[in-house]
Design a protein around this ligand. Structure first.
Ligand SMILES: [Zn+2]
Length: 184
């Protein structure tokens, strides 16, 4: 086997973002926050699926019942030690928070793609332009599918209203005026 790492897959982002959104709805139905994530290898195969589990019990298979039981962490704990991380793409329904974005970059994932931006809690702008030497390898692709971006915004908006402080909700209202309208 060559010591060179396999390249990132070249397939469309769309179906992976749809899968992350599906997992986000599953999380919501289970009583957690609506966020989902999938890890995709160089061949375009989904190798791990994760979702937010903050509202559920911890199990042998999944981190749960903690403020840090985010979808991305669910994926990372399932995946264990990553082989060729730079060949992997993490797809999320929502722009990763500082913890999950930081973990993605420190793990040296090749690429990070999300359906919907998080104007309050998202870490994309830090990862994309970080001058921290440990955080310079991960490619960032924000909101490549406009209809899925709106779908994700509508799904997460009630949670943003509930979980974020007033200034965070205000940023969400500015970024997604249609999806945040009528939520109180
Ligand atoms: Zn997170």
């Amino acid at each position: 086997m060559s010591s060179q790492s396999p390249a990132l897959h070249t397939q469309s982002h769309r179906r992976y973002l749809q899968e992350a959104l599906k997992l986000a709805r599953e999380a919501q139905e289970a009583g957690s926050s609506p966020v989902g994530a999938v890890l995709v290898d160089a061949d375009g195969e989904i190798v791990f699926r994760g979702r937010n589990r903050v509202g559920e019990a911890q199990t042998a298979e999944h981190v749960g019942d903690a403020s840090v039981s985010h979808a991305e962490m669910d994926v990372f704990f399932q995946a264990g030690k990553l082989k060729d991380p730079e060949s992997l793409t993490l797809y999320t329904s929502l722009e990763p928070c500082l913890m999950c974005g930081g973990a993605s970059s420190l793990l040296q994932l090749g690429r990070l793609v999300w359906a919907t931006g998080d104007a309050w809690g998202g870490s994309g702008r830090l990862i994309a332009w970080a001058d921290h030497p440990a955080m310079r390898e991960t490619e960032v692709v924000a909101c490549p599918e406009p209809d899925l971006e709106h779908e994700g915004a509508a799904l997460f908006a009630p949670e943003a209203k509930k979980a974020f402080p007033d200034e965070g909700w205000k940023l969400w209202q500015e970024r997604y005026p249609v999806e945040t309208a009528g939520i109180d």
